[in-house]
Unconditional design. Structure first.
Length: 159
């Protein structure tokens, strides 16, 4: 079995992200690895286009940052509760897509494995929403462990 020393786990608060974190904790527990949690604050996902720039900068951005910090704190507490070492990284600004930030963090932090959750979207849903997991896999300089949702998203919506 390959022994990993440093796991990078991008988190976004979704159930699949939480499942990937659980798997990273399990893996780190057996291999003695440290965990770095990474959250990329996606400001564009909160923009409606109706808020004035001053409101956006003075109210929305601080709220987004606080929510991002709370997410990292919650995930970090889970890692610490398992008796593991954790570092939290929050990326709040700068150009680039999520996969670029993840891969940059893997390189600069010397991670030897990225553990990510995948929503399991297929077809049009994947095309329209894009796939950060797919882009991370395509561009990663280190191995990537993809933890999938229990069942594909489409299967849950067609019941």
């Amino acid at each position: 079995m390959t022994r990993f020393h440093h796991l990078l786990v991008p988190v976004d608060g979704s159930p699949t992200s939480d499942k990937a974190l659980d798997e990273a904790i399990r893996l780190a527990g057996t291999s003695g690895a440290n965990i770095t949690l990474l959250h990329v604050m996606d400001e564009l996902s909160y923009v409606t286009g109706f808020e004035p720039a001053t409101v956006y900068a003075s109210q929305l951005v601080p709220l987004m940052r606080a929510a991002s910090e709370q997410l990292l704190a919650r995930c970090g507490e889970k890692v610490l509760a398992a008796g593991l070492q954790v570092e939290c990284v929050l990326i709040t600004e700068g150009p680039g897509r999520v996969y670029e930030h993840v891969n940059d963090c893997a390189k600069t932090g010397q991670a030897d494995l990225i553990v990510i959750g995948s929503h399991g979207r297929r077809g049009l849903g994947r095309v329209l929403l894009g796939s950060d997991a797919e882009q991370i896999i395509r561009h990663a300089a280190v191995p990537v462990l993809v933890v999938r949702a229990t069942e594909p998203v489409e299967a849950r919506h067609h019941r």
